[in-house]
Design a protein around this ligand. Structure first.
Ligand code: ATP
Length: 135
């Protein structure tokens, strides 16, 4: 069955939203397969965000992801990759639809990086790649 990597980013963990976010994914019907709290390292983030190296938000993104613990989860279920991305909402939390995780809990804080609470893999290939990095 399909799997996806979900990260609760440092803003979500610091704001004590971990349980609320995981509850939405479970309530949608996906199964939690693995869960852990991690202090990311620069090396790990360089692998995870390799497609963004060199972009203007890359360095602020890495600093943000190093600013506190992250919760990493593997969720399973038919079409879970699409399903989680739909639950998460669009990248910019200010305009993400209400009813989504980013739309309900997030906003732009005027920083150089979008603090948008969660990450979800965008394809089966990236899910398998990212799961190897985090687990
Ligand atoms: P999406 O669901 O839109 O694909 P994503 O998390 O996959 O979101 P990416 O484009 O992979 O988004 O970017 C990774 C992360 O980098 C984003 O989640 C966000 O935190 C940050 N980010 C992306 N684009 C910008 C930007 N233009 N300015 C600031 N931060 C950004």
């Amino acid at each position: 069955t399909e799997r996806t990597l979900v990260l609760i980013k440092p803003d979500g963990v610091a704001r004590n939203l971990t349980g609320a976010i995981l509850a939405r994914v479970e309530a949608k019907g996906y199964t939690l397969a693995e869960l852990k709290k991690v202090e990311a390292t620069r090396e790990l983030l360089e692998q995870h965000y390799e497609e963004h190296i060199g972009k203007p938000f890359y360095e602020p993104l890495v600093e943000f992801m190093l600013s506190g613990p992250v919760v990493a989860a593997i969720f399973e279920g038919h079409r879970v990759i699409e399903g989680f991305r739909s639950l998460a909402g669009t990248t910019d939390p200010t305009t993400a639809a209400p009813g989504t995780i980013r739309g309900d809990f997030g906003r732009d804080w005027g920083l150089k990086v979008q603090q948008n609470l969660v990450h979800g893999s965008d394809s089966t290939d990236s899910a398998e790649r990212e799961i190897k990095i985090w687990f």
